[in-house]
Design a protein around this ligand. Structure first.
Ligand SMILES: [Zn+2]
Length: 232
């Protein structure tokens, strides 16, 4: 069966922490970049300041480390642009201010497709993942009409309609993408998050098993699965 999903020229991932994108969708993004030259922007909402068990680590140093790691991970698969909003890890709240920030990033970078955390995922315990998903979706809705955050629309910035959204970390997928050609890139990207996955034994094997298991339903050797939403 032909794949009815047209690969976009521009895509964006909006997510809570450095590394969410690499567990969630960097196989699909890597495959689009390789095969279609898709231009990809990452919008990273927090800087993962609390992602450490080292009692000597400070939030500031952790932020610096994790932003650097996310940049390296993105560059490993050919991502061109990175926006770090710098919010505090673990403390995200759904505010109009955050919605406006995400809306502005969408209007500036003009993606056709947006990936974000699935805020409806059952038993999603991390508050940042829920808030990032809401902010991604609410930002998409706000970006499309000129009367939302009209103060942004000066100096040539225009409203922007995102037509398609893919939610990662979902329990309820309705679309699968073959990542067998980009799985090595996804694993390289994940490994760039040294402060998070460095030293985990059998990590690459687990990631390969996960991709294989996700693909099995559709007879794909390796896949990522998403909840796909088309916006009218
Ligand atoms: Zn996360």
């Amino acid at each position: 069966m032909a794949d009815p999903f047209t690969i976009p020229k521009r895509a964006m991932a909006i997510f809570a922490h450095p590394d969410d994108v690499d567990f969630g969708c960097s196989g699909t993004l890597g495959s689009w970049i390789r095969t279609a030259g898709t231009h990809v922007t990452y919008c990273v909402i927090t800087s993962g300041q609390k992602g450490t068990h080292d009692p000597k680590m400070t939030p500031e140093l952790m932020a610096e480390t994790r932003e650097r790691e996310q940049r390296a991970a993105g560059e490993a698969i050919g991502v061109k642009e990175f926006v770090f909003l710098g919010h505090q890890d673990g403390e995200l709240e759904s505010t109009m201010e955050l919605r406006g920030e995400v809306c502005r990033v969408i209007r500036e970078h003009r993606p056709e497709v947006v990936f974000t955390n699935d805020p409806w995922a059952h038993y999603q315990v991390h508050p940042d993942h829920r808030v990032a998903g809401w902010s991604g979706l609410d930002g998409v809705v706000a970006a499309r009409d000129h009367l939302f955050f009209p103060e942004q629309l000066t100096g040539g910035l225009k409203h922007h309609r995102v037509a398609r959204v893919l939610l990662f970390g979902t329990r309820d997928p309705n679309i699968w993408f073959d990542i067998s050609g980009s799985l090595d890139g996804k694993i390289a990207a994940l490994r760039a998050h040294k402060s998070q996955v460095g030293g985990r034994r059998g990590f690459a094997e687990r990631m390969r098993w996960w991709a294989k298991n996700t693909g099995a339903t559709w007879n794909l050797a390796a896949a990522e699965a998403f909840r796909y939403i088309e916006l009218a």
